[in-house]
Design a protein around this ligand. Structure first.
Ligand code: ADP
Length: 214
């Protein structure tokens, strides 16, 4: 399947993408994960992106499009992809449209995960992430605690609170989302493949998407 997952930070895009990946092998492409790996590895991309990310701002479109133009053409994306956290601005959506056209690829669905702000704030302040750039397993202190001594149950690395998951950075990210990313809902609404999912738990959202795709 070829799906874009839209939604505020903490709406569940990553979790739903992982379920869809397990379902049919379509590869999850998360620009946030790619950027965090680059920061952890200290690459030139990581150095450029870090300041924007820590403050809750968006990384410039030019950097993101360089990454994605390349990523979408890797062999594993041929079977299908789940775009998680991209596109994030109208210019990114327009540039993505041009790339897909060039590659002769049609989107199956643009999913909008719609979750109220209070729910998001609670989820993000309790969220923890594996610090290993290659793992990045997500935990939640209330619903899915990490192992003893805050270690990852999958790889054993320390589990941390992301620098951009303090209350200030989260508020900034939600404001950035409203200003820059929410307009994508109207951009895609008339695309013929738009599918809004009201505040549902990730498993129900996943089931709704699979059913919709038939
Ligand atoms: P969340 O969806 O939880 O906010 P992500 O992991 O998707 O977090 O992204 C973390 C940070 O990485 C964002 O706050 C932003 O700085 C940067 N980022 C990720 N994807 C993009 C994108 N498509 N365009 C610009 N910046 C991005």
């Amino acid at each position: 399947m070829r799906v874009i997952l839209l939604g505020a930070p903490g709406a569940g895009k990553g979790t739903v993408a992982k379920m869809l990946n397990a379902h049919d092998g379509s590869v999850q492409i998360s620009t946030g994960d790619i950027l965090r790996s680059a920061v952890a590895a200290g690459t030139a991309l990581g150095k450029e992106a870090k300041g924007f990310m820590d403050s809750g701002a968006l990384v410039p479109d030019s950097l993101i499009m360089g990454i994605m133009e390349h990523r979408l053409q890797e062999p594993d994306a041929r079977k299908g992809f789940l775009l998680d956290g991209f596109p994030r601005t109208i210019p990114q959506a327009e540039a993505l449209g041009a790339i897909l056209k060039k590659l002769n690829i049609k989107l199956d669905l643009v999913v909008s995960l719609e979750v109220p702000r209070e729910v998001i704030l609670d989820r993000l302040t309790t969220r923890r992430t594996c610090s290993n750039g290659a793992c990045q397993e997500i935990y939640n202190v209330k619903s899915k605690p990490p192992g003893p001594g805050d270690t990852c149950l999958k790889c054993g690395s320390p589990v941390i609170q992301r620098a951009d998951e303090t209350v200030e950075a989260i508020s900034k990210r939600l404001d950035t989302y409203q200003a820059m990313t929410a307009p994508l809902i109207d951009y895609y609404r008339t695309s013929g493949v738009f599918f809004a999912i009201p505040n549902l738990v990730s498993k129900e959202a996943f089931e709704g998407i699979v059913k919709k795709l038939g």
